[in-house]
Design a protein around this ligand. Structure first.
Ligand code: UDP
Length: 327
């Protein structure tokens, strides 16, 4: 039995990763403090409740399972919150990750898969965002993730910590079996907010700014299906198991969609109107974040299968109507 320690395994992406790991024959061990995660989402392996700041707890979990690798998802990840409470982002994300990384090294667990973000790139006019693009994050969320990338590089040099860093673009969709899905409280992400608005669970969606330099004035993002994203993580794990070099990969499809286009697609998929109003820009938002890289396809053999807007919204809608978690 090969255990993989999955921090944030009770969260949106982490829970999907646990399912993908279990399907690939691994035993995912979820380590999660349940501040934003859900115990109900832990369905595919053992659960260990704990905080990244708790070194003794981390040491006990490493000793108990002797994991072959860590997949590190646990993080605070909201742009708005990062602008208003940057200290929490530096403390939870950076200090917490440093604690985890040190515990992994001390336990002799030297394979590490890290979830980073395209928010580390920041604003770049008309530049293709690939893994060599300079990183100038606009908010403490992106900055905290960039700092953790730096820590991993230093730990590679000092202690041989082999790592794969994935810079996610916008993750959407849900498990097509609706066993797990996206459920944040409070919710801040576009697709689930839009589905809530369609169902009348909130007054309506606010579109954050229509004065950006894009064809319809709204921000453009590159949306990737959560199941495709976690498939890449299993490939990243295999990459490390094969003893390949530490590497950074963007995970996006290379196609950008504006907020208005996402609204239009949601109308078409659900056959329901999306109530929305236009609001001001949200602080910390970049105009356009689209991946310009095929490295994951070429080197990892990653082939996104469900990352069309239609499929992402269809899967999210199915989950939205059937699934939720209780604390
Ligand atoms: N967005 C919006 N209204 C909302 C939430 C998001 O217009 O209530 C926009 C946001 O400005 C961004 C896009 O939708 O351009 C995706 O935002 P989300 O928070 O889902 O992901 P992020 O890009 O911050 O990772």
């Amino acid at each position: 039995m090969t255990h993989i320690l999955v921090t944030g395994g009770a969260g949106y992406i982490g829970s999907h990763a646990c399912k993908a790991l279990a399907q690939a024959g691994y035993t995912p061990v979820t380590y999660d403090n349940l501040v934003t995660g859900w115990q109900d989402a832990v369905k595919f392996g053992p659960f260990e409740r704990g905080d990244l700041s708790d070194r003794a707890r981390l040491d006990a979990v490493f000793a108990k399972y002797q994991p072959a690798a860590v997949m590190h998802f646990a993080a605070l990840s909201q742009v708005g919150e990062a602008m208003s409470e940057p200290g929490r982002y530096w403390s939870n994300n950076v200090t917490g990750s440093l604690n985890l990384i040190q515990a992994a090294v001390d336990a002799g667990c030297l394979n590490f898969v890290f979830s980073s973000t395209c928010a580390t790139y920041g604003e770049h006019d008309n530049v293709v965002l690939d893994e060599t693009t300079p990183q100038h994050p606009l908010n403490a969320y992106g900055a905290s993730k960039r700092a953790i990338e730096d820590i991993l590089r230093d730990y590679q040099a000092a202690y041989g910590l082999n790592h794969v860093i994935f810079r996610y673009f916008n993750v959407a969709g849900a498990d097509p079996d609706a066993e797990v899905g996206e459920f944040h409280q409070p919710e801040t992400h576009l697709v689930p907010l839009m589905l809530d608005a369609i169902e009348g669970k909130r007054d309506g969606l606010t579109v954050f700014g229509t004065d950006y330099d894009t064809p319809d004035g709204t921000c453009i993002r590159d949306y990737v299906h959560v199941c495709d994203l976690v498939d890449a993580h299993v490939l990243g794990l295999n990459w490390l198991e094969q003893g390949k070099e530490s590497r950074v990969f963007n995970l996006g499809t290379g196609s950008g969609f504006s907020v208005m286009e996402v609204i239009e697609h949601s109308k078409a998929v659900t056959n329901r109107a999306v109530p929305y109003t236009i609001g001001p820009r949200r602080a910390g938002d970049c105009t356009r974040l689209v991946s310009g890289s095929v490295r994951a396809e070429e080197e990892l053999g990653w082939r996104p299968k469900r990352s069309t807007l239609e499929t992402m919204i269809t899967d999210a809608w199915r989950w939205h109507q059937n699934g939720s978690y209780d604390k």
